[in-house]
Ligand binder design. Structure first.
Ligand SMILES: [Zn+2]
Length: 151
């Protein structure tokens, strides 16, 4: 299974268990046919459990130093607005974003490229997403008659 940026963005950041193995820490590989079952009267596939690479068998997505988890960590560090922008850009929307957010996403791309390499699908997807971003001009200063707005 190749993880994509969309997969990573679909993961809820507040759920700490590993998505690859659903928190089990291992994956069950089914190879068949494996052995003849006299009880079932047919061949049953062999099942073998392999530790999950993504979480190194911990079952959590924040407990190992795998490159994908490093990327998850960087995604978690995005502000809600940066994350939203990234999600929409990844979906192919052309979006004007603020210079600060653009910078943050460019930094993210650099980190992802460091972790996964330039040829990884996530890196390529992120690059394509950033291509959809248009840099917003710096905001025009508020007009004089308008008082400061507090949100
Ligand atoms: Zn796992």
């Amino acid at each position: 299974m190749t993880l994509t940026l969309t997969d990573l963005l679909n993961e809820k950041p507040d759920i700490p268990w590993c998505y690859t193995c659903q928190g089990d820490g291992y994956l069950v590989y089914v190879g068949g046919p494996g052995y003849y079952s006299t009880y079932h009267g047919n061949y049953l596939p062999t099942e073998r459990e392999e530790p999950c690479d993504d979480c190194r068998g911990t079952g959590r997505n924040d407990h190992s130093s795998s490159p994908t988890n490093a990327v998850r960590h960087h995604l978690r560090n995005l502000t809600p607005s940066q994350r939203l922008h990234l999600e929409r850009l990844t979906q192919g929307h052309q979006l004007a974003i603020t210079p600060a957010n653009y910078q943050a996403l460019e930094d993210l791309l650099n980190e992802v490229e460091n972790e996964l390499g330039g040829k990884h699908p996530v890196t390529i997807e992120l690059e394509a997403a950033l291509d959809n971003a248009q840099l917003l001009e710096p905001a025009t200063p508020p007009t004089a008659h308008r008082g400061p707005r507090i949100y």
